[in-house]
Design a protein around this ligand. Structure first.
Ligand SMILES: [Ca+2]
Length: 274
């Protein structure tokens, strides 16, 4: 990610300091303790979606993982191998996600069913505004009802955050088409709890957060503070915001800080950490 910095020493410190941003470089979204007491089911020949909603945290607007647990320990349905579709939506106005837009999906098969195991599904970092909505689509082609959605019913539970809908045929890219009587919150269906569906997200597409740019007058230094998923970073410096004359001034830097002895040179510099 890019941040710019004017290194003129006459600038007030506030103009140089972005230290109010925390250094945390990711966000875990979850409504549950990852232990399912109930498995949510769908009848033979019918389809359903089960979804959790999360207001977007600015430090986690780029979703890179969806995590799902299926069934519950001791659950009645042998669900491993069932076809499911993992879903990620953007819900601009938050609240009820029936008007959310499907931005990513992934066809897979249930694994680790009835064990409280979270299965992780990698998502190309996807920017989401408003609320992010994650969940699963499942069509039951078996002759019996299948109990497949994992529900945590122990306190605390969060109302108006877990939603489900069903129909004989259902398009998860068009939740609005689900009949109103077959759509609503989990608690409206008679179960107080939340689905065991999580998401993980980053503050930037590459997960690198340049959280502070500070003056260190002793030594005439500009100090960059950054964090991210890599073990080493390259720091570029340029005199132009388009980095047309950018050059790597710090190669394979481990971080979390890096110092540039340019504080007193009277010039304006731009930095890029990759
Ligand atoms: Ca909505």
């Amino acid at each position: 990610m890019k941040l710019s910095l004017a290194t003129l020493p006459i600038l007030p410190l506030a103009a140089l300091c972005l230290a109010t941003l925390p250094a945390a470089a990711d966000v875990d979204y979850s409504l549950t303790d990852h232990t399912a007491e109930i498995a949510f089911g769908i009848d033979s020949g019918e389809s359903m979606v089960w979804l959790d909603t999360f207001p977007v945290d600015p430090l986690g607007a780029y979703v890179d993982t969806v995590k799902v647990a299926y069934g519950r320990p001791g659950g009645p349905s042998p669900i491993n191998g069932q076809n499911v579709r993992i879903l990620l939506y953007e819900d601009l106005d938050g609240g009820d996600p029936k008007n959310a837009r499907l931005v990513w999906s992934f066809d897979t098969r249930v694994a680790n069913g009835n064990t409280n195991t979270l299965n992780s599904y990698a998502v190309p970092p996807t920017f989401v505004r408003g609320s992010l909505v994650v969940g699963v689509y499942y069509r039951n082609t078996n002759p019996l009802r299948v109990y497949i959605g994992a529900v945590d019913t122990t306190a605390p539970s969060f109302a108006d955050r877990s939603y489900t809908g069903w129909a004989v045929t259902l398009d998860p890219a068009n939740l609005g088409a689900i009949p109103a009587a077959q759509w609503g919150t989990l608690e409206a269906s008679g179960t107080v709890g939340n689905f065991v569906v999580d998401a993980h997200a980053r503050p930037t597409p590459d997960g690198i957060l340049l959280s502070a740019v500070e003056k260190v007058p002793a030594g005439g230094l500009v100090r960059l503070t950054f964090s991210g998923p890599k073990s080493a970073y390259d720091v570029q410096r340029a005199s132009r915001p388009d980095f047309a004359d950018g050059a790597v001034v710090g190669a394979a830097v481990a971080g979390p800080t890096w110092d540039d002895p340019v504080l007193g040179d009277g010039r304006t510099w731009f930095y890029l950490v990759q």
